[in-house]
Design a protein around this ligand. Structure first.
Ligand SMILES: [Zn+2]
Length: 297
């Protein structure tokens, strides 16, 4: 990215937000969406250039340090306190749960923050509580509607299988030079996530408003004691479990997709959101397998 003076950059960014709000007020929603996309793109481009810490404890320390900086920038005390508490839980090797970190809601008009569902009008600008923007832990919950999610759950194993074609067991087990995951670890992760998904679907089918335990699925893939199943056997277990899950979903009346459960990490979720979550999550791992394939394969 060419060097741009930071204050010029920040001014343009803030102006885009102001412009978008004003355009929305004028009913010019198609123009407003462009201004919001430009602002989002500017921030993501700049963030893409920054090297972030790789180790968990360094990352937790970064969150703490960043929250201290925010105190001078008029960010909500409640939000800063939550960031600091969440960083402590992370530093202790755990996932902060919804009880500690409710979803933040930001007033679209004035930027006032409420942790958890706002019950009253905005105390600064009197905006209606339902107009606040809710920040979810990721976009996967609402990424896919039921039929698109089913299609995705059917298609991803097919695409993954094509990416594994012609690779030897040794190649599947070869970690990259930076010491990260081998393709085998990605396959373990896909199978583990599918296992959690299958168990949750059963809970939704068997119970009214089930409790969904928080699972640090990401960390399981690095476990080294899992021998001897080959990478292809791991992939085959994933395919079998997926086929069973799809058969159950096909039998499910559409209205049941809106049944709710209580997720310990993410709060109130519908089955529809869980299916969308697991389907959209997998898509982020296909480029990872592609990048790990040896260039001559
Ligand atoms: Zn407000």
């Amino acid at each position: 990215m060419p060097t741009i003076h930071q204050s010029e950059w920040a001014k343009a960014l803030i102006h885009l937000f102001a412009l978008a709000s004003r355009l929305e007020g004028e009913g010019q929603y198609n123009l407003a969406k462009l201004a919001r996309a430009a602002a989002d793109s500017m921030c993501r481009q700049a963030a893409f250039e920054i090297a972030m810490p790789g180790a968990r404890d360094e990352l937790a320390a970064d969150v703490k340090l960043t929250s201290q900086t925010l105190a001078h920038l008029h960010v909500s005390d409640e939000l800063i306190a939550a960031l600091t508490q969440g960083a402590e839980v992370m530093a202790a090797g755990q996932l902060p749960l919804i009880s500690l970190l409710p979803h933040p809601h930001v007033c679209r008009t004035c930027g006032h923050v409420t942790l958890g569902e706002p019950a009253q009008k905005c105390p600064i600008c009197a905006a209606w509580p339902d107009t606040f923007q809710r920040f979810m832990p990721n976009y996967w919950f609402d990424a896919l509607e039921p039929f698109a999610a089913m299609q995705c759950l059917r298609q991803t194993p097919v695409e993954a299988e094509a990416l594994l074609q012609g690779l030897s067991e040794a190649q599947l087990n070869q970690p990259p030079e930076d010491g990260g995951w081998a393709i085998r670890n990605v396959l373990i992760h896909l199978r583990d996530a599918q296992g959690v998904f299958a168990a949750r679907l059963d809970l939704f089918r068997q119970e009214e408003h089930p409790v969904l335990a928080a699972k640090a699925v990401w960390t399981w893939a690095a476990a080294t004691e899992e021998r001897p199943p080959t990478a292809l056997e791991i992939f085959s277990a994933y395919q079998t479990s997926r086929a069973q899950t799809l058969a159950k979903l096909e039998q499910l009346p559409l209205a049941h997709w809106w049944r709710t459960g209580r997720h310990e990490e993410f709060g109130e979720v519908t089955l529809r959101q869980q299916v969308s979550y697991f389907a959209a999550h997998e898509l982020t791992h296909l480029p990872q397998i592609m990048a790990l394939r040896p260039s001559n394969a």
